[in-house]
Every structure is written in C-alpha cells, then in structure tokens.
Design a protein around this ligand. Structure first.
Ligand code: PMV
Length: 344
C-alpha cells in the first residue's frame, strides 16, 4: 500500500510557502493483457470495459513536482523539453489536488523516462501514476493507494493500474468509481516481458481520440464491449491458477479484438507496421513449437512478448532476427508507484 504518502496535512497556504512543497515519484508502465479501449463516461474518464495488466520493472518514469509561489502557470517538461501536448491533462490533475489541499500555487513538473514516450509503450500509464503520486506527496495530501489509483485514472485510464505492481485488475464498477486493485504480486508468478520496438515515431492518433472514434464508427464496438467481461474473468481465473496456456489464448484474443475494433473504425486506425505482424507470427510460431510465449500490442506498433523466464533468451533471440525490430527491452514484473529521494 501507499503508506509513504501519509503526511500531516499542513493547514494554510502562507505556511506552505515556507516548507519544501516538492516530491519525486517513480512508476513503471503496465501492459494490459485484457485491454481497455472505449469510455463509458468521457468526462470522468470511466472505462467501458474491465481490464487486467502486468506492471513492468525495468522501464520507468520519474516525475518531480515542485510548487513554486513565483510561477504564474504550471511549467511541464518531459525529458528535458517543455511539453505543451500533455499540459491540460497535467494541469487538470494538479487542479484536483490543489482544490483538495486548499493550495493555489502553480508547479514545476519535471518528468523523465528511460524509454521512448507516446509510441505505444504505455508512457501515459507510468507518467500519470508518477505525477499523481508526486503531486499528493508534494501537497502532503493523505490518500490511500485505491484513491490514488482513481486520481490517476481521471488523467489516463491505464495509469490507474500502474499504481500497483505485479498483476493488476481494473474491474468494471457500476457505481462509476473505477479503480485498479492488485490481483497477484510480481513474485507470485514471475513472468518475463520482451518488448520489440519497431518504430520510435509518436503514434498518429492518441488513445482518447482513438477510443472516441471507434465508439462512434466501428460496427464491432458493441460486440467488443459485450465480450470484454468474459475475457476478463477467463484471464483472471487463468492468473489465479497460473495457467499460462489459457492466459496466452485469452490475452491474444483480447488484443486482436481491440485491433479489429480499431481497424474497423471509419476511417480505420491501423497502428501496426510490417515488423509488428512479423513479430506476431514469430511469437505464434514459438508457441506452436511448445515455447510458452504470447504476444500483445497496444495503440502503437510495438510488440510485447510475455513468456516464462526460462524461455526469455529464446524469445529474445527469435525477435532479434525479425527485420524492422530496432531495439528489444526485457523486463521482469515490478512494483507499483513509489516516492523516491532523487531523480537519479
Ligand atoms: O490509458 P490510455 O488512455 O492511454 O489508454 C490505454 C489503451 C491501451 O493501452 C491501448 C490498452 C490498455 O488497456 O492499456
């Protein structure tokens, strides 16, 4: 749980300017095995489907939030560059926290990642989970992990899941207060993830725009929403039973159904390139040959292979041979978001 963020609430703003109102948090991206695509409520960012993910270990986002009485507006930079593209979502999250803490100051938000952002490697998941944790840390807001997950969800649905480590579920909650929760720890079933980077270009259509477009134009959207609960339960049971074969089948099925919805949107959303398809075939061939590995692909062209640790070298070697694979990242499953001492 998120005990590190239990500080005393500081009563009024003049005093706050004399204390250091800053905090640094680190979060890792998560990879959905049962995918989230579509919103039931756009305003409150409520997903239309339940989802289930694994949090990574070796890729990370570190974010420092520092409130500063001298600032006239929030000042957001990502990997050393001023970033206007995300600033409305960043400011919306900061506003929620400012209101709660009764603070009117603006903040410097300085974020860095050790992987390319906006390219389908779940940088918004780690980014907004780290931002939420650093902001509540800087403002000394008392919050538990479930509430932190709901706060992160308002900015990015998948960020709600990066608050937790290991296997994480985000069930559909009819009361509308959707939050993620831990299902199984990273060490309870230590899977390995190998990510094949096939392009470093930012994705042409962001997730929120893509989801709206699919909901409005894909004939398959209703069927996707209808069948998601079944996939979620199948994957959940497979994880609890450590049944790799069933998890492989249902994860690939959920991924391909999501891409079928994307591709059947009008005009279509095609996030894949040639190397994406070659990686998918390579991983399917490995599994047909008895290697426990499966693929998943998000809103981008990168392919994530999930496998048992003893097969990781074989999966890595096979993906390395695929034309168009520019880089491979290997990761264990990792912990959830946490407060850090420094950005280093
Ligand atoms: O959290 P968002 O708004 O970036 O949407 C994430 C959507 C997918 O990555 C494609 C699927 C998922 O469940 O993570």
């Amino acid at each position: 749980m998120f005990h590190t963020l239990r500080f005393e609430t500081i009563p009024n703003e003049p005093r706050l300017t004399h204390v250091t109102m800053e905090a640094i948090a680190q979060a890792q991206p998560n990879i959905a095995l049962v995918k989230y695509w579509g919103k039931r409520e756009v305003d409150r960012n409520i997903p239309a489907v339940p989802s289930l993910s694994i949090t990574l270990d070796s890729l990370w986002t570190r974010t420092k939030v520092a409130f500063d009485p001298k600032l006239r507006a929030d000042d957001v930079s990502v990997n050393g560059r001023r970033d206007a593209s995300q600033s409305s979502r960043v400011t919306a999250l900061l506003d929620t926290c400012r209101r709660r803490a009764g603070v009117g100051l603006h903040a410097h938000v300085d974020s860095k990642t050790n992987f390319p952002i906006g390219a389908g490697l779940a940088s918004s998941a780690s980014g907004f989970a780290a931002l939420a944790a650093a902001t509540v840390g800087a403002l000394a807001i008392e919050i538990d992990a479930v509430e932190l997950s709901a706060l992160a969800r308002r900015a990015s649905g998948s960020a709600a899941r990066s608050v937790f480590g290991g296997f994480v579920e985000m069930p559909d909650a009819l009361n509308g207060n959707v939050t993620a929760q831990p299902l199984l720890s990273a060490t309870d079933w230590p899977l390995r993830v190998i990510i094949a980077l096939t392009s470093e270009q930012p994705k042409p259509t962001g997730s929120s725009d893509g989801m709206r477009h699919s909901a409005e134009t894909s004939d398959y959207y209703a069927a996707w929403v209808d069948s998601a609960g079944r996939d979620f339960m199948t994957a959940r049971d497979a994880i609890m039973e450590r049944n790799f074969a069933t998890l492989a089948e249902v994860s690939e099925h959920s991924c391909l159904k999501m891409h079928a919805v994307m591709m059947s949107s009008n005009p279509p959303l095609v996030y894949w390139n040639g190397a994406t398809i070659d990686c998918i075939h390579t991983i399917r061939r490995l599994r047909n040959d008895g290697i426990p590995a499966f693929f998943t692909v998000d809103a981008g062209p990168q392919v994530k292979a999930v496998c048992l640790p003893e097969c990781a070298d074989m999966v890595h070697a096979a993906l390395q041979k695929v034309n168009g694979v520019r880089q491979l990242y290997t990761s264990n499953l990792g912990p959830g978001v946490r407060i850090m001492e420094s950005m280093q």
